[in-house]
Design a protein around this ligand. Structure first.
Ligand SMILES: [Mn+2]
Length: 427
């Protein structure tokens, strides 16, 4: 097993340590003057854990092709090894989210032990009724949970139940359902029937959830279908989650919105109603681009975190959220890409934590539009990177994760062990 030693991380932190201490001291003094409790912010950043999906560790692709980078994880154990590396470098990714059937564990005990050895646990399990699997009786070509035929729906329901059983054996506590069901042409489906079937199918799945489990219902406006999607938006997901009862929640994937959608407002509404279950992070320019988090619209991400910070503090009826990166990597090393995403998420969160909520509330009450914007943007313009470095330094993670990844030759090690042509299961 490839494991990065704590001593190696410390050794590589050493030359950068003095400069970091100067920068952290400067920022701490500045924040203290602004009445911000630095230790409180550091604790919140430290606690923030982001799950890595098992399908994000290999080369991504487009419908036109895929470029392999070598050293991709060949099995679940190697995927755990890669998530373990991200966690060792950052201290902020202690969970792996499995996709069934791409990652069915053969030896549950061995898989659990491998994860525990890297300090990892199992986040939400993900079902897949958007592809046909070998030996499957009915095709999902015309839908799964929404299909016109009860037999097809039953098969899809049974798959979801199976995913829950697998998740249970690993210690997961939630299932994410993303439904690709939809239509390509007007006249192809009856919208009301499709939604009704979907609701009944989801209800049936909810009934098999263990007591302490949650179900997350993801939505997406288009793709793979281009005329209609059964669960097209947050409203439809919210409606279904309400119909399914207290264990069902809406999941927001940042890329699953039409351009310019005000996602932060969606987040606020869902939190207010106690129905926001989790988040899939990525970034995009045009659609579901699955780009590195924060690479295109970091300000938008920050505004979303502003609503999350307010919402998590003020809506105790909403349970703790599940955080996951859901991105693809077509031209970057996936592990470096994920390190950039983790950093961007924490940066946005840290900046949102710096917003003076009391002052903002006063500005809003006084209709002081200018001051409200100033408060938000002052927080956004603060360089919070010394805070992230300090948090990592304290827990023995890397001051500079990507530099450490490169200096310790992690990709080269994987190339040697796994070969140039290795491929990861997934899309
Ligand atoms: Mn997603």
């Amino acid at each position: 097993m490839i494991m990065l030693k704590k001593e190696d991380i410390q050794y590589l932190n050493q030359p950068r340590l003095e400069q970091h201490q100067v920068e952290f001291k400067q920022l701490s003094e500045q924040l203290t003057q602004r009445n911000i409790e630095v230790e409180t912010v550091l604790n919140k950043l430290n606690e923030f854990q982001i799950a890595i999906p098992s399908w994000a560790l290999g080369a991504g692709g487009t419908r036109f092709g895929r470029y392999h980078f070598g050293g991709a994880p060949r099995n679940l154990f190697e995927k755990i090894e890669d998530v373990g590396l991200l966690h060792a470098l950052t201290g902020n990714s202690n969970a792996i989210s499995l996709h069934i059937p791409w990652d069915i564990p053969e030896d549950t005990q061995a898989v659990k032990e491998a994860a525990a050895a890297q300090g990892l646990c199992f986040d939400a399990v993900n079902s897949n009724t958007f592809q046909d699997q070998g030996g499957q009786k009915h095709s999902y070509k015309f839908g799964s949970l929404s299909h016109v035929s009860q037999e097809v729906r039953d098969q899809a329901i049974e798959h979801n139940k199976e995913v829950i059983r697998i998740g249970e054996s690993l210690g997961s506590k939630s299932i994410t359902v993303w439904l690709a069901d939809g239509s390509n042409f007007p006249g192809q489906t009856n919208f009301q029937n499709a939604l009704g079937h979907t609701q009944n199918s989801l209800l049936e799945i909810t009934r098999s959830l263990p007591e302490d489990w949650k179900m997350f219902i993801e939505y997406k406006p288009y793709e793979p279908h281009f005329y209609s999607t059964v669960i097209q938006d947050w409203g439809t997901s919210f409606l279904l989650a309400n119909a399914c009862g207290p264990k069902a929640f809406t999941l927001v994937d940042l890329g699953h919105h039409l351009p310019n959608t005000n996602i932060e407002q969606i987040v606020a509404t869902l939190l207010m109603h106690g129905k926001l279950g989790g988040f899939h992070f990525n970034d995009s320019k045009y659609g579901d681009d699955d780009l590195t988090v924060g690479s295109i619209q970091p300000y938008k991400l920050f505004l979303i975190f502003n609503e999350l910070v307010y919402g998590m503090a003020n809506n105790k009826n909403n349970p703790p959220l599940a955080w996951m990166i859901d991105a693809s990597h077509n031209t970057k090393d996936p592990l470096e890409d994920l390190l950039q995403s983790i950093e961007a998420i924490l940066e946005a969160y840290a900046k949102a934590l710096l917003i003076d909520q009391n002052a903002l509330h006063q500005a809003q009450k006084a209709n002081d539009v200018v001051y409200g914007q100033e408060l938000i943007q002052n927080a956004y313009k603060t360089d919070v990177r010394p805070l992230l470095c300090e948090m990592r330094q304290r827990k023995g993670a890397a001051l500079q994760p990507i530099l450490t990844f490169r200096a310790t030759k992690q990709r080269e090690l994987r190339l040697q062990n796994r070969g140039m042509d290795s491929q990861a299961s997934g899309l």
